[in-house]
Design a protein. Structure first.
Ligand SMILES: Cc1ncc(COP(=O)(O)O)c(C=O)c1O
Length: 401
């Protein structure tokens, strides 16, 4: 894969060499972690080291972190786990859930399932036009039977960072479970679960240069969730299944690197974001940037760009086929089965036309400064091609004989 053209780090990240080496090394230590003989010792040490690296990245204690198969499982576990606990404790009671309209499908679909199965009431809060959910809007939506609030930390399409600390404060002492989808934040911005104050926080290894199919859930000490996967008592009895040792160790290596490089990366990506904005504005003056105006409220690797009158699908196809550049469509549904308009952008109040003209650009560890110029030149060229194609024939075509 050419890294130069890769501008879709929010979809997934390349696995870093540290994570690959750690995977190979750990895969050789093949003993089952649940076995009792001495051969298991190095495996146990590998797992402990990985857990510690992840706890450092997330800001929690080792007994608060549980390994899963990724962000989707962690989000499923947090929401279903609370519901299973609540319904066992008080069957028949009607319950109310609050989520943001910005959430990823691994939250939206779970909530739809809970709505269908347990007939719970759901409030879906729209963000403001910069993609931010205020603590006040959460407070205003609370009902006496609110059991769960789920708000993501950083949005995957526009990069808006939610005021999780303020929302935690609003929910404190109300006996409401507060889940936070941290998949697009952990490894990219500073995350301290204890300071942020949520009950559960999900993360995924492949968003910070670890392997796909591996992630975790922080569960605050004192909070109980019903297990989603029952089995052989692994993860202190909360998540059955033989540990994916090599994957976890690989994710641990990526987490260690992410912790070490966090400040440096934040600074570098902010610089790239600034360059991208400046160069795009200069080369394509009609460009509009969706998302927070206050850039401290946006993950600096993410940019949502709208070029009015230009179909993002066509633009992305030209970038891919002419320049080998990969970006995401703001308008494509994440499951790729149905091409529906982005629910995130619509919830922020963009029109259908604006949504259809929006691209998501995300940079990462292997983006170089010169790639920004390559990218913005390619966008300007593609826009001029599309503008020429869409002009009426009489304006653009002079027949030569
Ligand atoms: C915000 C968010 N939550 C959850 C997920 C799902 O994570 P995973 O791919 O590890 O299942 C993603 C993946 O794109 C995401 O962006």
């Amino acid at each position: 894969m050419s890294i130069q053209g890769y501008f879709d780090y929010n979809a997934t990240t390349p696995v870093c060499s540290e994570a690959i080496n750690a995977f190979v090394n750990a895969a050789k230590a093949f003993a089952n972690p649940s076995s009792k003989y001495a051969l298991v010792k190095p495996v146990g040490a590998f797992l402990s080291e990985a857990r510690e690296s992840l706890c450092k990245l997330v800001g929690c204690a080792t007994d608060e972190l549980f390994f899963t198969s990724g962000g989707t499982e962690s989000n499923n576990w947090a929401l279903k786990g609370v519901f299973l606990r609540e319904f066992t404790a008080a069957p028949g009671e009607s319950a109310h859930i609050i989520i943001s309209a910005l959430e990823h499908s691994s939250i939206l679909e779970v909530v739809r399932y809970l709505e269908r199965t347990f007939h719970c009431e759901v409030s879906r809060l729209n963000p403001d036009n910069e993609g931010i959910i205020s603590a006040e809007s959460v407070l205003a939506a609370l009902r006496p039977n609110t059991r769960v609030v789920s708000i993501m930390l950083a949005n995957n399409e526009v990069g808006s960072i939610q005021p999780i600390c303020d929302i935690s404060r609003v929910l404190r002492d109300r006996n409401i479970h507060f889940h936070v989808d941290g998949v697009q934040a952990v490894g990219k911005i500073k995350v301290d679960a204890h300071m942020l104050g949520m009950d559960t926080l999900s993360f995924s290894g492949h968003k910070f240069y670890g392997p796909k199919g591996c992630g975790g859930l922080y569960i605050r000490r004192g909070v109980t969730l019903e297990p989603l996967i029952h089995g052989g008592g692994q993860e202190r009895g909360y998540r059955g299944g033989t540990e994916a040792v090599a994957m976890i160790v690989s994710m641990g290596a990526a987490a260690k690197l992410a912790s070490e490089q966090l400040d440096e990366n934040l600074q570098r990506f902010a610089q790239y974001s600034d360059l991208l904005r400046k160069q795009l504005t200069q080369k394509v003056p009609t460009v509009v940037f969706n998302g927070p105006k206050n850039l401290s409220m946006q993950v600096p690797n993410t940019l949502s760009i709208c070029i009015p009158g230009i179909r993002a699908e066509a633009l992305a196809a030209i970038l891919d086929n002419l320049n080998g550049i990969q970006v995401s469509l703001g308008s494509a549904c994440s499951n790729n089965k149905t091409m529906s308009l982005s629910h995130v952008l619509l919830s922020m109040g963009l029109t259908d036309e604006e949504v259809k003209s929006t691209l998501r650009v995300s940079v990462g560890l292997y983006t170089q400064e010169e790639d920004i110029k390559f990218f913005t030149d390619a966008v300007a060229n593609a826009v001029s091609i599309l503008n020429r194609i869409s002009k009426p024939v009489s304006e653009d075509h002079v027949l030569t004989t």
